[in-house]
Design a binder for this molecule. Sequence first.
Ligand SMILES: [Zn+2]
Ligand SMILES: [Zn+2]
Length: 718
Amino acid sequence: MGLYQRCRRLRFPGLHACGLHTAAVPTPPHWLVERLGYFEELWTAQVKRLASMAQEEQRTIKISLPGGQKVDAVAWKTTPYQLAQQISSNLADTAVAAQVNGEPYDLERPLETDADLRFLTFDSAQGKAVFWHSSTHVLGAAAEQLLGAVLCQGPSTECGFYHDFFLGKERTVKGSELPVLERICQDLAAAAQPFRRLEASQAQLRQLFKGNPFKLRLIEEKVTGPTATVYGCGMLVDLCRGPHLRHTGQIGGLKLLSNSSSVWRFPGAPETLQRVSGISFPTAEELRAWEEWREDAELRDHRRIGKEQELFFFHELSPGSCFFLPRGTRVYNALVAFIRAEYTRRGFSEVKTPTLFSTKLWELSGHWKHYREDMFALQPPGLDRPSSSQSDHSASPAADTLALKPMNCPAHCLMFAHRPRSWRELPLRLADFGALHRAEASGSLGGLTRLRCFQQDDAHIFCAPDQLQAEIRGCLDFLHSVYTILGFSFHMALSTRPSGFLGEPCLWDQAEQVLQQALEEFGAPWDLSPGDGAFYGPKIDVHVRDALGRPHQCGTIQLDFQLPLRFDLQYKGQSGALERPVLIHRAVLGSVERMLGVLAESCGGKWPLWLSPFQVVVIPVGTEQEEYAREAQQSLQAAGLVGDLDADSGLTLSRRIRRAQLAHYNFQFVVGQREQSKRTVNIRTRDNRRLGEWDLAEAVQRLLELQDTRVPNAEEIF
Ligand SMILES: [Zn+2]
Ligand SMILES: [Zn+2]
């Protein structure tokens, strides 16, 4: 209760807090007060309604708690929060939301039926999503009060949250406004304002949001039932499905990170919006720890490492495409060689397919309809430029238009179809490192994360329906081997059919079951994302966590029932009849470029030997040993290892060793008089461990072994 009283006192933080706010926050605009008044009216009615329902029904419901215990509760009255309190005060304090029969649920929302009750805390991904989603409401409230923002949407992301809002045609958020906005957010959080869930009719929704054209549009497009929920929190009233925290006081630390612009992409004319993003934590200490972690992460930024280690660069004359320098290409090729070795072991056949295709192919595959905006289309030389009516986004391209491939699948379908196929050839696993082009907006380009040209470790498996299970198992095993070597832990999610899926429901049932069974057999934890599949098939999304614990979406295993139909793919079955294959799209690294960036950050530039562009530097003690040092360098290079020479006689030996260690050379071969006469090398690691004197040929041999086995710690086990 105490918290709630505090919250009422502080409902208008800008009006009475420190001078900064008094100056910054204007008196709440009339429409804001009016909206809140109407909300309060509806809220009072709902509170009464629920109380009388509980009173009239007097219905006892059975709730099973985490751990298996079953307790009685009163329908429309008992809340998950009350039950959490009964379990432990610690759980009641740390829970961010409940799960009722698997569905996310507010802690303060009365239970309605018998239920299986679980609690979400900030520790889980779902808990974080609720926490950050609630935080974005606080940001929205602050933006309304400080900037008079018209709110659009504010989702949680994998690492925090953002809110998109409209400030008028000309107005943007200024960097100098962020600290003020942040202070208001912090005050709103400290005020511990409760999130209040209200069910409102379509007419009530339209009344509540009559001043907000974006929300009206959302109501029109997204609210399909007779009612939808809105949440009140302080002065804010927002259309939202929930659930949320009990109150904003659960947010102990909040920081706003950046402001940028974004675009309202709902049907109709696009509108430029302002986007502010931030992050929050249950306690101020956790926020501080995160800030320290972020400083470290910035030092590890792959763009910075790429520059320092001369791995790659970008040029304004080819925006969104990367130049890989010799050392970067070394890492790139080592990654590709790794996947190629796995392909050989796992029965994949590598192929090469064209980059440029007639748009007729993209019409057949459906990309022209669904993906056209993301593709580069061009005219062959010697043809007249298309007239303006053809160059806009008309549905059908000019007959001779070509487009750069954004994915390999249609090319592989052509390859499957170019001659009759028999069941004996299945499963046919076609792998392709072909360059893909996607027309990313220039504003979204940055480093290796998002590029206009990249390669994937892309493969398509054509198999008979009864081979599906074994193939999925094989895909999961492939992912597991590769991520283990790369030092990633990973988590999988099964995405099932969305509304508007194409194809036979029974085919979907079967496929979803196969994927689920394969995941269960595999044994690693996985989540279900109902309705998140593509319209053409269910999929398994794979999120890896790098050495810093940051999530990245890399691999995917995607079933496709539509492409085999569109390309009329068939094979002669065992019975002699023609049958349709199932198609699996799968990638492990995903974009090789992006993976290279992830790895650079994950290892902080200290590459494992097998990927390292700085494997060995040979350092002669004096000029007399330079010739022998060159010989040692040549033996390394002849074996296919990276061998550099530091014969800079202007620097002392210890300075050169230090320099090599700072450059993260896995090993240094120091050669003096003694080593030269015995044809040996004196080996040190980048962590300055002394491995002593080794025969040169044996040392090279040992390095090759360690490289080939792709161990993560060659320096320790040399
Ligand atoms: Zn919400
Ligand atoms: Zn594909």
